[in-house]
Design a protein around this ligand. Structure first.
Ligand code: ADP
Ligand code: MG
Ligand code: MG
Ligand code: MG
Ligand code: MG
Length: 444
């Protein structure tokens, strides 16, 4: 809802809000909070609230450190957990430079910029429905996460196996109080693993929701002595956590532009081109949608995560699936994304890839309706099926070669992202792991 400054003032006094939590997201996807007392409200509403951007990783250089936070008033939300010091409300903010320009290194500003390109092509909304998965581990007596899972449940198990059902229900209730439309919540395949799905919304709201979602899930988990982690592959030998992204474009009349009653399989030409763009940029896209070393331990055969660059309307194994819903629910589901991704960057990159497909009329290859994992090397070659990058390093090399992905992030974020992630890879590749000692120490 679009609130005016006066609406905000009214809600502050009606709800007796004492603190404002100002949220924005850094390059790596970490939600940053600046909490100010309510006395700063007028400064904030006037767009004059300053903070020091140089302390934020990968954000700005020291010499341009003075930044302003300008709140997006439509993101107003009072946290349901009041405490003795008074209620806290949050506002998601855009970062501005001291010259009053939108800061190009702010991932949220960047997503809004890419959405303008979409509007220039005649669409009104990019809808995103995320399916975040997470694990619950027990906390030790010092409040630090352990590697001990809290249950032995499995997919769709019912109580008493699913001991975490109460925790999850509490998470859903808190999310609903914060305005989320939760569609489903269930135990996932691995022990201790869960999924909560909420209704799709336009790209910026969906990304804001993902950031709020993570915070709520972690907060509620702590109440139960648990730690919620969105690490893509925390355990060996069981499924990792993904964050499938369901997506569609709506046109100016609010119709789903991916749907065409008379199109092949009920999909429009727009949907096919968008899909073609995603497949074309899949490799570089992976660096942004799967941005950690650990992400690539999830993208392996045998654990329901995609490994090949392919699409299908019939089975769930490829990177892009077309769920059977048609009409308003017509969508593409990108299954490679994991929850370590910065949602603003991931969504901007996916959209830019799709728009490239539309602009350049990129036709996707034929769908692969067989189970790809059962195909042998020769069959895969005949079908020209390429693999997703196997490591962060390979994905970064692909990202370095993809100018459309540079457009998606803008050159400031693109460069800083590559620098930060290349450093992460270097640190990892120089570290001697326990696995290596176990494998080699007494063998060599
Ligand atoms: P799955 O069958 O893969 O488990 P879910 O039912 O868990 O899928 O999640 C489907 C997601 O897709 C939900 O977030 C839902 O709101 C979203 N969705 C539905 N229609 C659309 C659409 N037109 N565009 C984008 N997302 C959509
Ligand atoms: Mg699901
Ligand atoms: Mg489902
Ligand atoms: Mg799932
Ligand atoms: Mg899914």
């Amino acid at each position: 809802k679009q609130y005016t400054p006066d609406d905000i003032r009214e809600m502050v006094s009606k709800e007796d809000v004492r603190f404002l939590r100002l949220m924005f997201t850094d390059l790596l996807g970490t939600a940053k909070n600046v909490e100010v007392p309510i006395s700063q409200l007028d400064q904030l509403l006037a767009g004059k609230l300053m903070f020091d951007g140089s302390s934020i990783d990968g954000f700005v250089r020291i010499e341009e450190s003075d930044m302003y936070l300008k709140p997006d008033l439509s993101t107003w939300m009072v946290f349901p957990w009041g405490d003795e010091h008074g209620k806290v409300a949050r506002l998601t903010c855009s970062v501005y430079t001291s010259d009053g320009e939108k800061f190009v290194g702010d991932p949220r500003n960047n997503l809004i910029r890419v959405l303008k390109e979409m509007k220039d092509l005649g669409f009104s909304d990019f809808n995103i429905g995320p399916e975040p998965e997470f694990f619950l581990f027990e906390l030790d007596e010092n409040g630090n996460p352990t590697e001990k899972l809290n249950d032995k449940g499995s997919y769709f198990d019912l109580a008493p196996m699913d001991l975490a059902a109460n925790v999850r229900r509490d998470m859903v209730l808190e999310l609903e109080k914060m305005g989320f439309n939760v569609e489903a919540s269930h135990h996932e395949v691995a022990p201790g693993q869960h999924e909560i799905d909420f209704e799709y919304d336009n790209a910026v709201v969906a990304a804001d929701h993902i950031q709020t979602f993570k915070m709520v899930v972690k907060t509620v988990a702590r109440r139960y002595g648990l730690y919620a982690t969105f690490m893509p592959k925390p355990l060996n030998g069981v499924n990792g956590s993904g964050m499938h992204m369901n997506m569609s474009l709506f046109d100016k009349d609010g119709n789903n532009a991916f749907y065409d009653e008379n199109g092949e399989g009920g999909l429009s030409q727009t949907a096919y081109y968008f899909l073609g763009g995603i497949l074309k940029h899949a490799q570089a896209l992976t660096a942004i949608c799967n941005p950690t070393v650990n992400s690539y331990k999830r993208l392996v055969p045998g654990f329901e995560a995609p490994v090949y660059i392919a699409w299908s309307g019939a089975n769930r194994s490829p990177m892009v699936r077309v769920p059977i819903a048609r009409g308003k629910g017509t969508r593409l589901e990108l299954r490679s994304v994991d929850p370590s991704a910065n949602p603003y960057l991931a969504i901007a990159a996916i959209l830019e890839a799709g728009l490239d497909g539309i602009r350049n009329k990129i036709e996707p290859d034929e769908p692969i309706d067989r189970n790809i994992y059962r195909m042998d090397g020769k069959e895969l070659k005949l079908d020209h099926i390429k693999k997703l990058p196997a490591t962060l390093h390979n994905a970064l090399l692909d990202l370095q070669e993809d100018s459309v992905m540079e457009d998606a992030l803008g050159s400031h974020i693109y460069q800083n992202f590559l620098d930060a992630k290349n450093m992460e890879w270097t640190a990892y590749s120089q570290n001697v792991s326990q696995w290596e000692r176990e494998r080699y120490l007494d063998m060599l």
